[in-house]
Design a protein. Structure first.
Length: 306
């Protein structure tokens, strides 16, 4: 039974890798004609629509406002979607798609440290060495481009902290909450947090012309429903079966290898030999993590109700 569950977790993680490969390029495309804050809001709205539809299909809409879990779900949505999306899309607007893919690879470091501090996991030598290899690869890839002083890079490097902090809170406080509810809450509550901020900072007057908006919204809808919500649902389904640090290390550094292809075909961005070397070293670290066993003591999203 455990072997079957782990295989399913690895399959969901593989889906996340393929899905995540398109995130940087699509984010770069959608932020060309709109602000990062606006794209963060609209992506959250479409992701929330997908989440609400899934909950309605399973008869679970009431769980979204359950008194026991709602405060934590709001916090998870504020951190994991609202804050993370603003950092990510504002960063992506100011950086290349390849830079975007590279910068968020710091997430395994945050995952490993957070698993130790907040979840009580031991820092095994194998995992420390694996993360070390991942970080060396990231350093090589980042060194291939002049990134010093870039606000976009700083925002992107901070993005994984927002993602991971939402996972730590969810793992500690929402044991027994199913992935569908968590995924929907991320986007529904994320959108509700972002809406008043967007209205206050930018407002409807900041929207692009109608013709540009008509072309942009279908792409943002795809980004919200399929890439964001679909990816989040698969992510939680994976960490339901694997531990957080392992899932993070499989998914996060692997996606850029496919992102290079997506960025080339969608945006025409070329990758350097040094970046390829960095990605290769990062992949070695991923394989070490992927072949290690999950931490059995970690809380999982195993429940069928809120």
């Amino acid at each position: 039974m455990k072997a079957t569950s782990e295989r399913a977790g690895l399959l969901f993680a593989a889906y996340c890798v393929v899905n995540s490969a398109f995130v940087p390029a699509v984010a770069k495309l959608t932020t060309v004609d709109a602000s990062g804050l606006a794209i963060a809001l609209w992506t959250s709205v479409f992701g929330g629509i997908g989440g609400l539809a899934m909950l309605a299909w399973h008869g679970e809409l009431r769980l979204l406002v359950a008194r026991r879990t709602a405060p934590v779900l709001v916090t998870v949505g504020a951190l994991g979607t609202a804050l993370a999306f603003v950092l990510f899309f504002e960063g992506a607007k100011r950086a290349s798609a390849i830079d975007t893919a590279v910068c968020v690879q710091t997430e395994p470091l945050y995952a490993l440290l957070g698993a130790r501090v907040f979840l009580g996991h031991a820092l095994t030598l194998r995992r420390v060495l694996a993360v070390g290899a991942i970080l060396v690869g990231i350093a090589l890839a980042l060194g291939a481009r002049p990134l010093e002083g870039s606000l976009g890079v700083a925002l992107l490097l901070a993005t994984p902290i927002a993602w991971q902090s939402s996972h730590w809170i969810a793992l500690r406080a929402l044991d027994g909450v199913n992935p569908r509810l968590l995924s929907a809450a991320r986007y529904v509550y994320g959108a509700l947090v972002l809406l008043p901020i967007w209205l206050l900072v930018e407002g409807a007057d900041s929207l692009p012309p109608a013709a540009e908006l008509a072309q942009l919204l279908p792409v943002v809808a795809l980004q919200g429903v399929l890439i964001s919500y679909g990816g989040t649902l698969a992510w939680y389904a994976s960490i339901k079966r694997l531990d957080l640090a392992r899932t993070t290390a499989i998914v996060v550094p692997s996606a850029p290898l496919l992102s290079l292809v997506a960025s080339y075909f969608l945006l025409g961005e070329m990758v350097s030999a040094r970046q390829l070397l960095g990605f290769a070293v990062t992949t070695a670290g991923v394989l070490v993590f992927a072949l290690s066993e999950s931490v059995d003591s970690e809380p999982r999203y195993t429940g069928d109700h809120g």
